[in-house]
Design a protein around this ligand. Structure first.
Ligand code: BGC
Length: 280
């Protein structure tokens, strides 16, 4: 925190105004993080200095349509629930470039081309920073979790409705790394075969699913030769069920922030965007 303030460029009036406007943002570092998933939309207040969640997680099921307007209404309910007026950071389960949705992921196809930042700002009256959900989970692990201080190529894999991936080289994010999109056998993308969504759809035991996940990790290892793989998302709660079945050369560890990494990373992503620099 201190180094953020020390390095802050106070000669830039716009940024200074921002600092004043959101005094709680810098003094208390209390930020709202929202993690949008295929089955649930979850939010919590986060202490951006320590990465701790300051409130219980508030979750609303993702509307079945998975369409922009319905989902924006859920975002509004979450912001209202926390009675929060500062900037909001949000993890979104598709490719996101400059706040715009580039691919449908597992959401409705009408999302493509939507400026998500603007849509959510309009719905809530709050300033939004929207980033890919796996990139957000990666921010959390790289700043407060098991990835802190790790050099080389670190890949964060989130296992949920889809397979998300966030890549960090010497701590710097390489945005929108989409390893779950590799085609596999008859599947358009490997996430349709090896995600939690696939496990649930096909009623697979953890053991059977872990074989698939291991195959996916082997591909990741072959394609990008990472130094460390961190596994997060809903499945990390069941780590004990499958960890012993992962057999690749690369170190594979559990995101100890588990499923909360998405919310924590989302919250701090707005800090990163405003500061344009390292968090740690
Ligand atoms: C999307 C990714 C996302 C992942 C996890 C995939 O379908 O393409 O961008 O990170 O799901 O939500």
């Amino acid at each position: 925190m201190l180094d953020i303030l020390i390095n802050f460029d106070f000669h830039q009036p716009k940024r200074f105004l921002f600092l004043c406007q959101y005094s709680n943002f810098f003094l208390y570092m209390e930020l709202l993080g929202i993690d949008i998933g295929g089955s649930g939309i979850k939010g919590a207040l986060v202490n951006a200095e320590t990465g701790e969640m300051l409130t219980e997680r508030f979750r609303i099921p993702t509307p079945e349509s998975r369409k922009p307007d319905e989902m924006a209404q859920v975002i509004k309910q979450i912001v209202d629930h926390f009675d929060y007026s500062g900037p909001v950071g949000c993890g979104f389960p598709t490719i996101v470039k400059n706040g715009v949705c580039i691919s449908p992921g597992n959401l409705h196809k009408s999302w493509v081309g939507v400026n998500i930042d603007e849509l959510f700002t309009e719905a809530t009256g709050r300033e939004f920073t929207v980033v890919n959900d796996a990139d957000a989970a990666g921010y959390a692990s790289m700043n407060y979790g098991v990835g802190r201080g790790k050099q080389g190529l670190v890949i964060m894999i989130t296992v949920g409705t889809g397979l998300g991936s966030g890549a960090f080289h010497n701590g710097e994010l390489l945005a929108n790394f989409e390893l779950g999109q590799i085609p596999y056998k008859k599947y358009k993308k490997i996430e349709d075969w090896a995600s939690s969504g696939a496990r649930e759809r096909e009623g697979l035991s953890y053991e059977k699913w872990a074989k698939r996940f291991n195959r996916f990790l082997k591909y990741v290892e072959t394609i990008v030769a990472p130094d460390l793989i961190i596994v997060g998302g809903g499945i990390s709660k069941k780590w004990h069920e499958f960890a012993h079945l992962i057999e690749i050369e690369t170190d594979v560890v559990k995101a100890e922030l588990m499923n909360h990494a998405g919310i924590i990373g989302a919250a701090i992503s707005c800090l990163r965007e405003q500061h344009h620099g390292h968090l740690s």
